[in-house]
Design a protein around this ligand. Structure first.
Ligand SMILES: *Cc1c(COP(=O)(O)O)cnc(C)c1O
Length: 414
């Protein structure tokens, strides 16, 4: 089927949840993905931060093939070879103690919210109601299921489905006074992304994170770090909270962890893990042997190829090049980058739309988030030459030189 045929079929039989880009992707290799006409795209989004080792990485395809022939799924009623090993690897890099595997980010975040409520019940004071309020941040994104949606700030994601899970309140981003005002002894948890992704690649301030940790400890509430987008090395450390010298009580992980297979994880400290008992929580698919074997291989590959160092180096280079570009173009409001997670805030949503589309026309995939921000989440294996290509193209698009530019677009599509 060609693009038109696929589109026509989908328009008829799928729920209309997505306005897809008019591109039909067929295969990928390394940092490139190819459409049905064989056109090549440099992928600076990696499936929204998922394809950490790019496409068809030989180490991962080998494990996928091997494990597919052995055992794909068993349920969590049995022991398998990889959950324990993968959990041990995650414990080691995170400073957390115990792990629960899920299928997606939102499922991990739901688990975190449930644990926060369970912890509050176990630790309630004599003669008092257990505390149940949860604080989240403005511009936060935590997923699409009910609890995640309730803690996600954007009105349009929540409003059609109200009433959402009760007890959630939003704190103004990086606003210490608002945090202190809302964080009292009725709060059981505060949860946030140390670097907001959907919200426009915005890091929380050191002061805000430190105050959240201090207040959570003071009130015996939990600090939950959503590392679904920023975790597993994306920001140049294994987890974004490690840039802050803060240890959360719960951590959620998903997107890049299995290099493209659906897998998530909830990491808990021992004190929180103590409130979960057999039968309280579970999942059918989560932590299957195929996904876990691949995730273990991904962590091994990152270690062997010293990818954290590479992410730091390439990330600094990307930030430097984008900041240079900002000096030349007043239409760039701000550049925010941490490792290989970068946001270029432009002067208007219209410009961001145009830039995104032109980049796609010229064979570079990025994404527009929070209206005005061009977001880049390239695979961890990206090289300086790819950064150069993307930044150069962005510069050309922002320049007034659109005539010559249109000509190169035509040449490319020949
Ligand atoms: C993508 C994302 C989620 C939701 O993950 P899904 O796998 O889509 O459910 C939650 N939190 C953050 C920070 C994310 O980036």
């Amino acid at each position: 089927m060609n693009l038109e045929q696929v589109k026509k079929l989908e328009d008829k039989v799928l729920l209309a949840t997505y306005e897809r880009y008019p591109v039909l992707l067929r295969k990928g290799r390394g940092v490139y993905v190819y459409d049905h006409k064989g056109r090549k795209y440099l992928d600076f989004l990696s499936g929204i931060g998922v394809n950490a080792l790019g496409y068809a990485h030989p180490a991962l395809t080998k494990v996928i093939a091997r494990q597919a022939k052995l055992l794909v799924h068993t349920s969590n009623l049995f022991y398998t070879d990889y959950q324990g090993k993968l959990a041990a690897a995650l414990v080691k890099i995170s400073g957390m103690d115990r792990v629960f595997f899920t299928n997606s980010g939102t499922e991990a975040w739901e688990g975190a919210l449930k644990l926060a409520r369970a912890y509050a019940k176990e630790h309630k004071q004599e003669g008092q109601e257990p505390k149940w309020r949860i604080l989240a941040l403005e511009h936060a994104f935590h997923g699409r299921t009910f609890g995640s949606m309730a803690t996600t700030h954007k009105e349009k994601y929540r409003q059609p489905f109200e009433p959402v899970v009760p007890g959630v309140e939003f704190v103004k981003f990086n606003d210490l006074a608002d945090l202190e005002k809302k964080f009292d002894s009725t709060v059981c948890a505060i949860g946030f992304e140390f670097v907001q992704g959907e919200g426009g690649v915005r890091p929380v301030s050191k002061e805000f994170a430190a105050k959240a940790r201090e207040l959570a400890t003071k009130h015996n509430a939990l600090l939950i770090a959503d590392e679904i987008q920023s975790g597993i090395g994306r920001t140049g450390k294994w987890f974004a909270y490690q840039h802050y010298g803060i240890q959360p009580d719960l951590v959620t992980v998903a997107k890049p962890i299995a290099g493209g297979l659906p897998l998530g994880a909830l990491l808990a400290s021992e004190k929180v893990a103590g409130c979960i008992h057999p039968g309280m929580h579970g999942t059918t698919f989560g932590g299957g042997p195929l996904a876990c074997a691949v995730a273990l291989e991904l962590l091994k590959t990152m270690d062997q190829q010293k990818l954290l160092k590479h992410i730091q180096k390439t990330g600094s280079y990307l930030a430097e090049k984008l900041n240079d570009l900002k000096k030349e173009h007043s239409s760039i409001r701000e550049v925010r980058a941490m490792g290989l997670m970068a946001g270029v805030e432009l002067e208007s949503a219209d410009l961001a739309k145009k830039v995104f589309k032109k980049m796609l026309d010229h064979g570079v995939i990025v994404n527009r988030t929070d209206e005005t921000v061009i977001r880049m989440l390239p695979p961890f294996i990206v090289k300086k030459q790819h950064v150069d290509q993307v930044v150069k193209l962005l510069g050309q698009i922002l320049s007034k030189n659109t005539v010559e530019f249109a000509a190169t677009a035509q040449r490319r599509h020949k």
